[in-house]
Design a protein around this ligand. Structure first.
Ligand SMILES: [Fe+2]
Ligand SMILES: [Fe+2]
Length: 256
């Protein structure tokens, strides 16, 4: 089974990129299943119902989130019935801690966790949360999106859970790392990178972010309007005889 897992989708216009190019990408790379982290799609923070439906229509089979899971409050109204997995170590009653996806005769479990290093959100321990989830999960394959800032925390999680899950893919920094590897048949990358405007500061308008740093005055967040887009992610080849991970990156131009 070949899975294309995209990193954080940033900004509404990235949907147009997927509308124009996703089918061709799926054909070119012979993709069976498309997954993504969708925490930054709507206006750069959160996921509206309208945008969730648009992703479903495009064929995204499962969506993981992150620290912006609840940035659009309407997600509370629809996430219980949606193919969305929320960070399991976030203490919220709403949403799923495990998302099961069927592909042919196989069951895939998607899990999402938040890192605690550099985070000021009160969170349960991601390691102990994963211990508990492993007791509960019944699936052929387990895919974990570890959403966090610190490379060390993600790498420690990888070595701790290598051999126990199929893949651990990092998100949140929006910058793709070049450290993909397989250990004990578990695929890993510290960060898949983002899908969004290329001339940007992790998706946002360059001038606005420079102003923030120079003045300390926080203007409302604006997603970059650059028409050149970059799609980052990984291709996971999951098979009974061994798993592999390949970095995915594609540069595309937004059509008018
Ligand atoms: Fe993000
Ligand atoms: Fe994030």
């Amino acid at each position: 089974m070949r899975i294309l897992y995209f990193g954080d989708i940033v900004g509404d216009d990235t949907l147009k990129i997927f509308e124009d190019y996703l089918e061709d990408i799926k054909k070119e790379y012979k993709i069976n299943l498309v997954l993504a982290n969708a925490e930054n799609l709507t206006g750069g923070k959160g996921l509206s119902f309208k945008h969730y439906k648009a992703l479903k229509k495009l064929g995204f089979a499962g969506l993981s989130m992150g620290n912006h899971t609840f940035s659009k409050r309407e997600i509370r109204d629809y996430m219980d019935d949606a193919t969305i997995v929320k960070p399991a170590n976030l203490n919220s009653e709403e949403g799923k801690d495990i998302l099961y996806i069927k592909y042919n005769d196989k069951t895939i479990a998607m899990v999402n966790l938040l890192g605690r290093v550099y985070s000021n959100t009160p969170l349960d321990c991601p390691f102990k949360t994963m211990d508990a989830l492993l007791d509960e999960i019944e699936a052929d394959y387990i895919l974990v999106d570890f959403h966090g800032d610190a490379t060390s925390e993600k790498k420690a999680f990888f070595y701790d859970f290598a051999g126990k899950v199929t893949a651990i893919v990092g998100t949140h920094t929006h910058v793709q790392t070049a450290d993909e590897e397989v250990y004990k048949n578990t695929c890993y990358i510290t960060d898949m990178g983002m899908c969004g405007p290329e001339k940007s500061i992790i998706g946002d308008d360059v001038d606005m972010i420079i102003k923030r740093f120079r003045t300390g005055v926080f203007e409302p967040l604006v997603v970059s309007s650059d028409k050149n887009y970059i799609l980052n992610g990984v291709i996971l080849d999951i098979n009974d005889n061994g798993n592999s991970i390949t970095r995915f990156q594609k540069k595309l131009v937004l059509n008018d």
